[in-house]
Design a protein around this ligand. Structure first.
Ligand SMILES: *Cc1c(COP(=O)(O)O)cnc(C)c1O
Length: 347
């Protein structure tokens, strides 16, 4: 059994968190003169937000079937990644392990915090190599990041491999499920009780269509969530964001219908792309994007830009040589993409 106190940095374990006015008094009052707020015009935005985003967590708890005190909310998943690294990794001493090709923020966040990073490449079919991860692991391996469905490859990481890593990795295992709403696999958040070192991340940026509000979620055991709340800036999720999330959560059926439309478009786009001779491969996807291998990716990318269509060029990423990552858009947007692809073929 993993002991959390041995994994957490001493300064964080001993940290006395900032106590805001809204932490020290969270009931209902008639007159609030405790936070040096401006009393005008008193229509809501003059007040600090709930530091713990309780209303949002309560709604999420029902939807996700995770207790409120096992939910953390951050200013995007990016803040969740940063906070986890700062809780568990001692600068210059500890390291994280990532499984590229994968999301770039784990590395950037580690670099910002002067945390070393060990990279263990996925196989050609984008699955982790457990024995190589084990060989890279030592007592300073504090966090393993697993992204599933993975960005930019679009595939699920095999459940049995994730289980093996959860059973053997000596540190925190973070499963980034930014795209899990698009896949049919159940969330790993259903397995939190079995794995006390597990942190599951999700986001409002993709299926919920709210990238602009910056709201990321983490689900974990209460001890880890308490540490995250201790380290976060007091008012990290602002009032407008909490309000937007609450109204979105009142209508999960809207998210479901957007998602269904995107999945339908993904099937269409995949079959359209496969009719193009210079498209060498369209990788199977469990997300809202397709990884597409083409002949001469840089030229295709530049041509698409010249036609006003921007995709993500992943040509220099190991294992993604020759690949472009294409987000599934509206039918009209996908049509624009396909028209440009055909023009490149005929040019
Ligand atoms: C888009 C994405 C996120 C979301 O990040 P936010 O900061 O919540 O917008 C997280 N992880 C991965 C792998 C992503 O692709």
């Amino acid at each position: 059994m993993i002991s959390l106190s041995n994994l957490v940095r001493k300064n964080i374990w001993n940290l006395i968190p900032y106590s805001s006015a809204r932490d020290e008094f969270s009931g209902e009052a008639d007159v609030y003169l405790d936070a040096n707020e401006n009393p005008f015009p008193n229509e809501g935005l003059n007040r600090y937000p709930d530091p713990m985003s309780r209303d949002v967590k309560n709604k999420l708890s029902l939807l996700k079937q995770v207790p409120s005190d096992q939910i953390f909310l951050g200013n995007g998943s990016d803040e969740v990644v940063d906070i986890l690294i700062r809780i568990f990794c001692e600068p210059g001493l500890d390291h994280i392990i990532t499984l590229p090709p994968t999301y770039g923020m784990y590395q950037v966040s580690a670099d910002v915090n002067n945390i070393l990073i060990k990279k263990v490449l996925l196989t050609d079919d984008f699955q982790p190599v457990v024995h190589e991860i084990r060989a890279a692991t030592n007592e300073h391996s504090k966090i393993l990041f697993i992204c599933t469905p993975n960005n930019p490859t679009g595939n699920q990481i095999n459940v049995s491999i994730v289980e093996e890593l959860l059973n053997t990795f000596p540190g925190i295992v973070v499963i980034d499920e930014a795209y899990s709403d698009f896949s049919s696999e159940p969330s790993w958040s259903a397995r939190l009780d079995a794995y006390p070192q597990l942190v599951v991340m999700q986001t409002f940026s993709k299926a919920w269509g709210l990238a602009g509000i910056r709201l990321g979620m983490a689900f974990a055991g209460k001890e880890i969530i308490d540490l995250m709340n201790k380290v976060k800036p007091p008012y990290n999720v602002n009032l407008l964001t909490q309000a937007a999330a609450l109204s979105a959560l009142d209508h999960p059926e809207r998210m479901e219908s957007d998602k269904a439309a995107i999945l339908k478009q993904r099937v269409q786009l995949e079959s359209d792309l496969k009719t193009i001779p210079f498209v060498l491969k369209v990788y199977p996807s469990d997300a809202n994007f397709l990884l597409v291998k083409v002949a001469d990716a840089d030229r295709v990318y530049q041509f698409l830009v010249s036609r006003g269509v921007v995709v993500r060029n992943r040509n220099t990423v190991p294992r993604c040589e020759g690949c472009l990552r294409m987000t599934v858009g509206t039918p009209e947007e996908n049509e624009r993409l396909m028209t440009a692809m055909y023009s490149f073929f005929n040019s």
